[in-house]
Design a protein around this ligand. Structure first.
Ligand code: THU
Length: 136
């Protein structure tokens, strides 16, 4: 799976975003170590708080189907499917990535056109708190 293909899948996933309040459409495509892709979109709610981000939708779909090992995720975001600028995952989504992924997990930031950025989870969430901090 090429980076460009994964970003294309994320753009397509954003078409399903349920965003009657912000009109900010986000798409994610999460690649497992065994080569499967789980997509996600943001799903808003009239009570605002229950809104789920696209990245967490993708992670929760994958984990709920037994996947725990991930290689990379592509994300795009922008108003009404226009991905003018790079979009970067929120802090809560970064923490969810941290739960299942190591420092080398790759986050691809896409936008309109072919250009993209490739970052590691450790770049996005340095000095993080994780399950290794909990003595169990
Ligand atoms: N959103 C995401 O889907 N992912 C993020 O990482 C940040 C924000 C969504 C939530 C909401 O539906 C919209 O973007 C505006 O905040």
């Amino acid at each position: 799976m090429t980076d460009k293909k994964l970003i294309e899948i994320a753009k397509k996933a954003a078409e399903n975003a349920y965003v009657p309040y912000s009109h900010y459409t986000v798409g994610a495509a999460l690649l497992t170590k065994d080569g499967k892709v789980y997509t996600g979109c943001n799903i808003e709610n009239a009570a605002y708080g229950p809104t789920n981000c696209a990245e967490r939708t993708a992670f929760f779909k994958a984990v709920s189907e037994g996947k725990r090992e991930f290689l990379k995720i592509a994300v795009v975001g922008g108003k009404a499917l226009h991905f003018k600028d790079y979009f970067s995952p929120c802090g809560v989504c970064r923490q969810v990535m941290r739960e299942f992924c190591d420092d080398s997990f790759t986050v691809l930031l896409g936008k309109d056109g072919e250009e993209y950025l490739s970052l590691s989870l450790s770049e996005l969430l340095p000095h993080s708190f994780s399950k290794s901090n909990i003595d169990i």
